[in-house]
Design a protein around this ligand. Structure first.
Ligand SMILES: *[C@@H]1O[C@H](CO)[C@@H](O)[C@H](O)[C@H]1NC(C)=O
Ligand SMILES: *[C@@H]1O[C@H](CO)[C@@H](O)[C@H](O)[C@H]1NC(C)=O
Ligand SMILES: *[C@@H]1O[C@H](CO)[C@@H](O)[C@H](O)[C@H]1NC(C)=O
Ligand SMILES: *[C@@H]1O[C@H](CO)[C@@H](O)[C@H](O)[C@H]1NC(C)=O
Ligand SMILES: *[C@@H]1O[C@H](CO)[C@@H](O)[C@H](O)[C@H]1NC(C)=O
Ligand SMILES: *[C@@H]1O[C@H](CO)[C@@H](O)[C@H](O)[C@H]1NC(C)=O
Length: 319
């Protein structure tokens, strides 16, 4: 079935589900606040954490022993390899038995004094997650009137204990290190939930996400946005007309964390962007960046090209 058709079908089911349709002020009145260009230093950080995310897709980082080097086939993560990054824990991949099959790792970067938590997109197709007509939104209890996509919540719940334990262990050994959570696609959504919980546990966390779908409702998006700047920053990157960040749609109540860093200009396969090409859109309901490009025609390439081929180790991502 075409993604478009599945979406329409899903939408019909949503409407008959119990959730009230939330036409929030952001849907009616986007709070657009758009600036052109970011610093070179921030663009470098986006490249660095795109490398960490790319490593989460590589089989070389599945089930290897504690302390082993994080490395990548396909030359997918030269910046990670240069930093002599070592694994604290790895999860998912071959032989995984979880429902959501979220793959990733927690690792130490001794050069930059970082504890990095990285999540790859699901081994299941993205389409299953974003359009599964049976999924329900579930309450998110750390903030009032919040709900999130049950598929993403399951993804995080299946990795939660292993990730929180690994971060605690790493912090005990390296109390001065900073925590960064990064991820692509479904992994970006799971990473958003991971960061929100780590912050609720009083950690300071920066997030660098690439092509994240919307994770929950406006109250949830506001909550994660409001954790910053006191407890870190959210750097949510999108690329031209990548369809995934446009899903699940706002008209069933989903919104995004703010701000958004949009790789604009070029086409779906463009990887070379300068700091001046990155447009920053603020507001959980902004339509000035990726959300304004339109979902159709579905352009899968825009989802895989994030400054490089972010899922290079996995091969083509199925939309
Ligand atoms: C837009 O964003 C800038 C930079 O964050 C901020 O200084 C300004 O107050 C914002 N303007 C509006 C209207 O929200
Ligand atoms: C998966 O299980 C097989 C059989 O036990 C084993 O040979 C293989 O190394 C496992 N894969 C990983 C990534 O551990
Ligand atoms: C991890 O690797 C070990 C051998 O090194 C193997 O016995 C075990 O089954 C693997 N676990 C998974 C989940 O693949
Ligand atoms: C986080 O810090 C606040 C304020 O210091 C405190 O009230 C709360 O108990 C702490 N929460 C956790 C989980 O440590
Ligand atoms: C897309 O842009 C790249 C440069 O960023 C260019 O090499 C390529 O030919 C373009 N592809 C199409 C289909 O226009
Ligand atoms: C990884 O870093 C290299 C070197 O800066 C960069 O060329 C590449 O695009 C990065 N990979 C991704 C997926 O962004």
């Amino acid at each position: 079935m075409q993604l478009q058709a599945v979406l329409v079908l899903g939408a019909l089911v949503f409407q008959t589900n119990a959730l009230p349709l939330q036409l929030t002020r952001d849907v009616l009145q986007p709070r657009d606040n758009t600036t052109n260009g970011i610093t070179e230093a921030l663009l470098d950080n986006f490249k660095l954490f795109a490398n960490f995310t790319a490593a989460s897709y590589c089989p070389s980082n599945e089930n290897s022993t504690v302390g082993s080097l994080v490395s990548c086939a396909e030359s997918a993560c030269p910046l990670v390899e240069a930093d002599i990054v070592t694994s604290v824990v790895e999860f998912g991949g071959e032989n995984d038995t979880t429902v959501s099959d979220i793959k990733g790792y927690v690792a130490l970067d001794p050069v930059r004094s970082l504890i990095v938590v990285a999540f790859a997109g699901s081994g299941n197709t993205i389409r299953n997650y974003l359009t599964d007509v049976t999924f329900v939104e579930i309450p998110y209890t750390d903030c009032n009137a919040c709900w999130v996509h049950s598929g993403f919540a399951t993804g995080w719940s299946e990795r939660r204990s292993i990730v929180l334990a690994a971060v605690s262990t790493a912090l005990l050994a390296y109390p001065s290190y900073s925590i960064v959570v990064t991820g692509h696609s479904i992994g970006a959504a799971v990473g958003t939930l991971a960061a929100a919980e780590l912050r609720s546990l009083n950690h300071s966390v920066d997030t660098y996400t690439y092509g994240s779908p919307r994770v929950g409702n406006e109250a949830f998006a506001d909550f994660v946005t409001s954790q910053t700047p006191a407890q870190g920053s959210n750097f949510r990157m999108t690329h031209v007309n990548d369809p995934v960040p446009q899903l699940p749609p706002t008209w069933i109540g989903y919104q995004h964390t703010s701000p958004e860093y949009w790789l604009s200009g070029g086409n779906a396969t463009t990887e070379l962007y300068g700091a001046e090409d990155v447009v920053v859109c603020e507001g959980v309901g902004n339509e000035g960046c990726n959300a304004g490009t339109g979902l159709v025609p579905i352009d899968g390439d825009a989802h895989t090209h994030y400054l490089g081929l972010i899922a290079a180790c996995q091969g083509p991502v199925s939309l």
